[in-house]
Design a protein around this ligand. Structure first.
Ligand code: NAI
Ligand code: MG
Length: 362
């Protein structure tokens, strides 16, 4: 039984974030009712470009104190390049959360669901069922490096990859744990130790060491280039894939792309020790091209809510939401579909349909 209500901070951000977050909340409330989960929800208007235009910064000075006691942040999307340059809006908000709250595991599930058209020919629903686990704090995305001799013919730039034992081992343990919870219990490590001759052999070495502590999980490894090719040719062969920050970034766009639309892809940024809040958001951005017209597909946001329940220890709520999504996406259900799925329904219609299916779940 739950000892206290989970504290959820809701931050819609910009553009379609304002439209899909309310639908995510609708489903969160449906699942909380259906599965008797106590939640305490609070709303915040910062981390948006309108907040920036009013206050001159994306976040209030005490944002960390304001958010640190929450269990989860339910986030929409940030960015509106016509108002605020992207490097300011993203670095000034989302990337602060990921870094300051040490959300070192980035999870992105990708599943070919009924009613979605994969760009790959001949696949059936269920043929793609992947979980990408990306290291989210170090690796290739370090700011160790610099430029020398700028503006001269000798101009040079270099940037170092940083892999620490703590940083590598903790994401590998989490990836093995994720694999252990899934039926196939298979983990693939993305590497490039044939070309990147110092950090990637180190990564491989840590994979072997950490694997020894998870004997219930089978594992293998592929070089990132061959892995990308193989994912296009035989996506059925893969289950959980773990990669460094850069490789995980690439794989976590490739995997949802193989499943059809960006509009349904969810993600979780986890601090597994729960010292800080974890953040749940769709993969897509604020989509200024369609914002404000009720055209956005809310499934990426809603699936992110499912990931949140799973992290909070409510796998039944997770499964019910994912099943409701699958049911609504299935064209045979006759449920409303947004234009990106070939329908003409609104964001709200689709959110309502998923919430009703969650309420009716057994
Ligand atoms: P985007 O993901 O916002 O949009 C790319 C394309 O996909 C657009 O044509 C859009 O209409 C479509 N799309 C996205 N989500 C959809 C949905 N739920 N339903 C139907 N169609 C959808 O990426 P874009 O245009 O490159 O970036 C727009 C803004 O979002 C920028 O400011 C960017 O920095 C920001 N961004 C923020 C992210 C975040 O908050 N995590 C992630 C990616 C981009
Ligand atoms: Mg990316």
């Amino acid at each position: 039984p739950q000892k206290r209500p989970w504290r959820i901070a809701v931050i819609p951000g910009d553009g379609i974030g304002q439209e899909v977050v309310p639908q995510g909340l609708r489903v969160i409330e449906a699942a909380a009712t259906r599965f008797d989960i106590a939640l305490q929800i609070e709303h915040f208007d910062f981390a948006s470009c309108d907040y920036y235009l009013r206050h001159g910064s994306m976040l209030p000075e005490d944002w960390k104190e304001q958010l640190d006691g929450f269990d989860a942040i339910f986030f929409g999307a940030v960015g509106w390049p016509e108002k605020v340059p992207d490097h300011i809006s993203l670095w000034g908000s989302l990337l602060q959360f990921r870094r300051e709250f040490d959300q070192y595991v980035n999870l992105r599930p990708a599943r070919l669901m009924p009613g979605l058209r994969s760009p790959l020919a001949g696949l059936q629903p269920g043929d793609i069922d992947l979980l990408i686990v990306r290291e989210n704090t170090e690796g290739e995305y370090s700011n160790a490096g610099g430029r020398l001799f700028a503006g001269t013919p000798r101009e040079m730039a270099m940037q170092e990859t940083v892999m620490t034992r703590v940083g590598v081992d903790r994401v590998l343990h989490d990836a093995f744990n994720q694999a252990a919870r899934r039926p196939r219990k298979l983990l693939t490590s993305a590497t490039k130790s044939n070309g990147i001759s110092i950090t990637m052999p180190y990564w491989d070495e840590r994979v072997r060491a950490v694997a020894a502590e998870h004997p219930q999980v089978r594992w293998n490894q592929f070089h990132i280039d061959a892995l990308c090719a193989r994912l296009v040719q035989r996506p059925q062969e893969f289950d959980v894939i773990v990669g460094s920050n850069l490789f995980g970034d690439i794989l976590s766009d490739l995997a949802p792309a193989l499943c059809g639309t960006l509009g349904i892809a969810p993600s979780a940024n986890l601090n597994p020790e729960r010292l800080h809040p974890s953040l749940f958001e769709p993969v897509h951005g604020s989509a200024p091209d369609i914002a404000g017209r009720g055209l956005a597909n809310p499934i990426g946001q809603i699936w992110s809510a499912a990931l949140m329940f799973d992290f909070l220890g409510h796998p039944k709520a997770h499964d019910a939401i994912v099943q409701a999504i699958e049911g609504v996406l299935d064209p045979r259900s006759g449920a409303p579909r947004t234009p990106d799925l070939g329908g003409s329904a609104s964001t709200q219609d689709m959110g309502r349909a998923v919430a009703q299916a969650v309420i009716a779940a057994n």
